[in-house]
Design a protein around this ligand. Structure first.
Ligand code: PHE
Length: 342
């Protein structure tokens, strides 16, 4: 077979295989197969020794032309494959900047905070200022200044956590009243929200840690009618028209007279239901006119000034508002529960 024919054959082979090459690796393999050390064309070059000397220049030229031709064919294919791979990579790596980002999961306000914020807004609207006090409290403020001396039977009603003889975890927010009266002059109009502690077992309606919101007003000529009006306004403002208060006589050493206050049941609007055990009322707070003894102990002249105070249980009104049957739900941090108060 002549050189020309052999080259034509190799050309055929290259065209045929090139049409099937689908990537860089296959293309490299083909390049080696034709142009490599043991390649088809290289073999031809080696075979030149057997030609007559006068045939060699023409054969050499043919082979060189063929080498250039094949190299060009392979390079052309290489460029095409590279272009295609690039296209593909670009398509794969495309970022759609107009696609909406996935939103991070949003938490929701804790129902106790919802209640607290509503109460603060309500009382701030009536001119009350928020004041806070320590949770680790002196016996002096938690009891003595509130007319509950040592060995007073009223201490039994509050199962106190004592840190030592003189230091307790505050059992109510009332010590903030005493602290405020000692440091400010009337008129005083404050609310004091905060955590309080009592040695109670945790169950559906009790917890050793819970929250109160104390209110205190001291001025000239403050009467029980002001107390009643303030609490009625609070009831309507927070829970809607028709929700009112009912005062029942009670006793607290630091108020005289004292009352326990019920709100119209929000579940049945007073008709009587399971939530209010058929009575139409729900007990939510204690209150009274500040005992003149307490005023005097706290440096306020009881012959000039009078005042009222109240203490609202925050868990209780939160549970009532949302129909939460078990206090523990408020503390367990279960997202399935908390997520409902968005
Ligand atoms: N401190 C009382 C309690 O914890 C509630 C209260 C506050 C009563 C203010 C009267 C006035 O039970």
């Amino acid at each position: 077979m002549g050189m020309k024919e052999r080259i034509a054959e190799i050309h055929e082979l290259v065209s045929g295989e090139l049409s099937q090459v689908d990537g860089m690796q296959a293309l490299d393999a083909l390049r080696v197969k034709i142009l490599g050390k043991k390649g088809e064309l290289t073999a031809l070059l080696r075979g030149m020794g057997q030609l007559a000397p006068e045939e060699r220049p023409a054969a050499g030229q043919l082979i060189n032309e063929a080498r250039e031709k094949f190299t060009a064919m392979l390079d052309e294919r290489l460029a095409a494959i590279k272009a295609r791979d690039r296209e593909e990579a670009l398509r794969r790596e495309t970022i759609d900047v107009t696609q909406p980002a996935p939103l991070p999961p949003l938490g929701s306000e804790h129902p106790m905070n919802v209640t607290l914020q509503a109460l603060v807004d309500c009382f701030a609207g009536m001119g009350f200022e928020v004041v806070e006090g320590p949770e680790i409290e002196l016996d002096h403020y938690n009891f003595e200044l509130l007319n509950i001396p040592k060995n007073h039977p009223a201490r039994d009603a509050q199962d106190t956590f004592y840190i030592d003889d003189n230091i307790v975890l505050r059992t109510h927010t009332s010590p903030v009243q005493a602290r405020t009266m000692l440091t400010r002059k009337p008129p005083i109009r404050i609310i004091c929200p905060g955590r309080v502690y009592r040695a109670d077992e945790l169950d559906a309606t009790h917890s050793p840690v819970f929250h109160q919101l104390e209110g205190l007003v001291i001025d000239k000529d403050v009467t029980m009618a002001d107390l009643r009006g303030t609490l009625n306004a609070f009831a309507e403002r927070l829970y809607g028209k028709g929700i009112t208060t009912r005062f029942r006589p009670s006793f607290f050493p630091f108020t005289e007279p004292s009352a326990e206050v019920d709100l119209t049941c929000m579940a049945c609007h007073g008709a009587g239901c399971r939530v209010c055990k058929g009575t139409g009322w729900i007990e939510v707070l204690g209150c009274g006119m500040v005992n003149p003894k307490v005023l005097d102990m706290c440096g306020i002249d009881s012959s000039v000034y009078s005042g009222f105070a109240f203490g609202i249980g925050l868990e209780r009104i939160t549970m009532m508002k949302y129909g939460i049957p078990d206090l523990r739900l408020l503390y367990e941090g279960d997202m399935r529960f908390l997520g409902q108060f968005k």
